[in-house]
Design a protein around this ligand. Structure first.
Ligand SMILES: C[S@@+](CC[C@H](N)C(=O)[O-])C[C@H]1O[C@@H](n2cnc3c(N)ncnc32)[C@H](O)[C@@H]1O
Length: 221
């Protein structure tokens, strides 16, 4: 475990990591898998799949690989998944999390292992529907492709890292999205919504996962 980080169980039984120096967890304490499914899979992937033959997804914050893994096991259309992370969780720490035991999928465990051990800085085929590209860099300077359909905005919370919820990063992501592409995130904080609107997003508030009243899906029109 990265020095200081602790593995904890959330209310749905799935693990997350707690970072004492930020007093922040990688996922909701109300349920890590439950939150990822609600915010990123159901409001993001599943919302766009009916209108797309394939999807290009950008994730800010690879973290434990949970969102990447759920996307791989839930996708019914081909996905190219680009994820950016500055401080990778070690392979041993990621594999000690109980995600692949939680989700019933025939080869879920193999897929989680392939995602965790995939080389950084190259595109790796994980399954028929899922290609993964992990970039180790800071979100604020990492190269973004010009054409994502969907963005998983999964940076640490506003309280812990307010500088990652400011206009310059939203602007970079807005420019990298396709027209009619969208961003999904677990935060619906007023100041965050106003910042998104200021850079051009059309902000939609949705019901949040357990423990959170609302979340946001923001569109580039
Ligand atoms: C909420 S966690 C992401 C959880 C992840 N999506 C998952 O499924 O486990 C936020 C992540 O952002 C990373 N991070 C923090 N600051 C960053 C920065 N400036 N650039 C890139 N990554 C950063 C953290 O190391 C952490 O892994």
């Amino acid at each position: 475990m990265k020095q200081g980080n602790q593995r904890i169980a959330t209310k749905d039984g799935s693990h997350t990591l707690y970072v004492p120096e930020l007093d922040e967890t990688y996922h909701s304490r109300h349920g890590a898998i439950q939150e990822s499914m609600h915010v990123f899979i159901d409001a993001g992937l599943k919302h766009l799949e009916p209108t797309h033959n394939q999807l290009r997804i950008l994730e800010l914050g690879f973290g434990t690989g949970l969102n990447a893994w759920l996307t791989a096991v839930c996708a019914t259309k081909p996905v190219w998944f680009h994820t950016i992370e500055k401080y990778p969780v070690s392979i041993d720490d990621a594999l000690s999390l109980n995600y692949s035991n939680e989700q019933t999928s025939e080869n879920g465990e193999t897929i989680f292992k392939s995602i965790t051990t995939a080389n950084w800085e190259e595109t790796v085929t994980i399954s028929t529907n899922f290609k993964l590209h992990k970039t180790q860099n800071d979100f604020r300077i990492a190269h973004l492709q010009p054409s994502y359909d969907l963005v998983y905005w999964d940076v640490f919370g506003f309280r812990a890292q307010p500088n990652l919820w400011e206009a310059p990063l939203f602007q970079r992501v807005y420019e990298a999205l396709k027209v009619n592409g969208c961003l999904v995130t677990y935060s619906s904080k007023g100041v965050v919504r106003r910042t998104m609107e200021a850079v051009g997003f059309e902000v939609e508030k949705l019901a949040g996962p357990p423990g959170k009243r609302e979340m946001v899906r923001a569109w580039k029109r």
